[in-house]
Design a protein around this ligand. Structure first.
Ligand code: ZN
Ligand code: ZN
Length: 230
């Protein structure tokens, strides 16, 4: 008898079972799952399998199991909540693009990727189009759109082309040069209206807007590092 009743499926809290397999299949299908969507999936799986595990308990148990395959489900902060993505720790994700795009499109992709990385934030739409020059791409706008639809890039509210959350997770090994948020220590993109910099020139503190907002609630606009007023 388990503490959830005599259903005969999984008796141990941390045992990898059918419920975990069901969730792993969702991750393989979707690759990127928003936190609130994951919660809904977990509720449904718990209902079917008579469990009461939290999303994090599922993710931790699945991660133990898939580590042998060099895979991991990672969390990434997205505003107030966390999203999740399954990533391959071994292969170069950029090389996988080869099966989806033409060589010319991959060159365009790499140009955009490098330019955003160089800026540590985002680039304007017109700058992105410049990067297709000399490449045989009929419709750069359409090509850019497919990169966005495939989940690699996004436009910020201030209309800068930047990395999507999926790119931040999947391509992490290539993104070491990006800045980090002083509060949550995740990657931070220098994109207008998405971050705050400490005004003290001797302090290099950068914070996500949403992390700063929460910090200021209890710390009265004080920089977490130099204690200056922001
Ligand atoms: Zn942050
Ligand atoms: Zn400071």
């Amino acid at each position: 008898m388990s503490r959830y009743g005599n259903h005969g499926v999984v008796d141990n809290d941390i045992e990898y079972g059918n419920a975990h397999i069901a969730l792993l299949q969702q991750f393989i299908k979707c690759r990127y799952i928003q936190g609130k969507v994951l919660t809904a999936m977990v509720n449904e799986i718990n209902r079917i399998h008579h469990h009461k595990y939290t999303p994090i308990e599922y993710v931790n148990t699945i991660n133990q199991y898939i580590a042998d395959y060099s895979m991991k489900i990672r969390q990434i902060k997205n505003n107030e909540s966390f999203d999740f993505a399954i990533v391959n720790l071994k292969s170069d994700e950029l090389s996988k693009l080869a099966s989806n795009y033409s060589n010319e499109a991959i060159s365009f992709f790499r140009n955009i990727f490098n330019k955003i990385l160089e800026s540590k934030g985002g680039i304007k739409r017109s700058e992105a189009f410049e990067l297709s020059r000399g490449l045989k791409i009929n419709d750069p706008d359409l090509q850019l759109q497919s990169f966005i639809e495939d989940g690699w890039f996004r436009f910020s509210e201030s209309r800068y082309l930047t990395f999507s959350n999926r790119a931040l997770m999947d391509l992490e090994p290539l993104l070491r040069d990006l800045n980090e948020c002083s509060l949550c220590h995740s990657k931070l993109l220098i994109v207008k209206d998405e971050f705050i910099k400490c005004p003290n020139n001797e302090c290099d503190t950068l914070m996500h807007n949403y992390c700063a907002r929460r910090w200021f609630e209890s710390h009265k606009n004080i920089c977490p590092n130099c204690k200056n007023r922001i």
